[in-house]
Design a protein. Sequence first.
Length: 96
Amino acid sequence: PTGMIGKLVTSLLIDFIGSASYLIPLLGEAFDLTWAPTSMILVGALYDDIMPNLKYVALMEELLPLTDWIPSAMLGWVREFGPGILEEWRGRGQGM
């Protein structure tokens, strides 16, 4: 996906799948080992032009224990679309 909503949904899904390992008490960490490279590839495909190192953050977030709460894909989305959203809100506030 290239649009704002498509990347938002994809980022939420990536982070949800990564965090879902908490739902499987003993198998969760093993799932993280298999999900980590997939997450890195997906985050890299989405945000490599905006934040080239974010894919490594996503990889480490999945590999290190107790770090699944970090929404690494959403960090990329906020970095790419956050400034534009803030500018749009400021513009609406100026027109009132």
